[in-house]
Write a protein that binds this ligand. Structure first.
Ligand code: CMP
Length: 137
């Protein structure tokens, strides 16, 4: 079944001009780009995006990092999109990510790990509205 998911290309990738390489890899994996948005997050939007991590020691530096430069959000479509995107971005920590995954290729630390992908249908529905306020499922 064709499913939708959300990919965020983070400020570290934007500043290092890795956007094109990352989108090429996404297209080669069979995803269609349904929407794309370049957005500088407000403090409130950044906190809402990472709300589940509020209270953890990395929350404040994470919110500050995601506001360092714009984020590029892609609304993607593919069969099994949520699971497949998680697989090809690799584990959160680039040192543990499988070879050739986006984080293994370009990530430099657990915080500066170049991309974020929605981890579930519920997370997708919440996150997509931060970047595409008119989104209708
Ligand atoms: P992301 O997929 O965007 O979801 C939450 C982010 O928090 C995660 O990627 C990492 O960038 C960051 N993160 C998770 N654990 C840690 C940690 N221990 N230290 C710093 N950042 C972390």
């Amino acid at each position: 079944m064709i499913e939708q998911t959300l990919l965020l290309i983070k400020p570290d990738a934007f500043k290092r001009r890795l956007v094109g390489k990352i989108i090429t890899q996404i297209e080669q994996e069979g995803f269609n780009i349904a929407e794309i948005s370049l957005k500088s997050l407000t403090q409130e939007e950044a906190e809402a995006l990472y709300e589940v991590h509020r209270g953890k020691d990395f929350f404040e530096p994470l919110v500050s990092f995601i506001r360092e430069a714009p984020v590029i959000a892609l609304l993607l479509e593919r069969k099994g999109a949520i699971g497949h995107l998680r697989k090809i971005i690799g584990k959160t920590n680039p040192d543990e990510a499988a070879p050739q995954t986006i984080r293994a290729l370009y990530g430099t630390s657990i915080r500066r790990n170049v991309v974020h992908a929605a981890e579930s249908r519920e997370a997708f529905e919440k996150e997509v509205r931060i970047f595409f306020p008119d989104f209708k499922p």
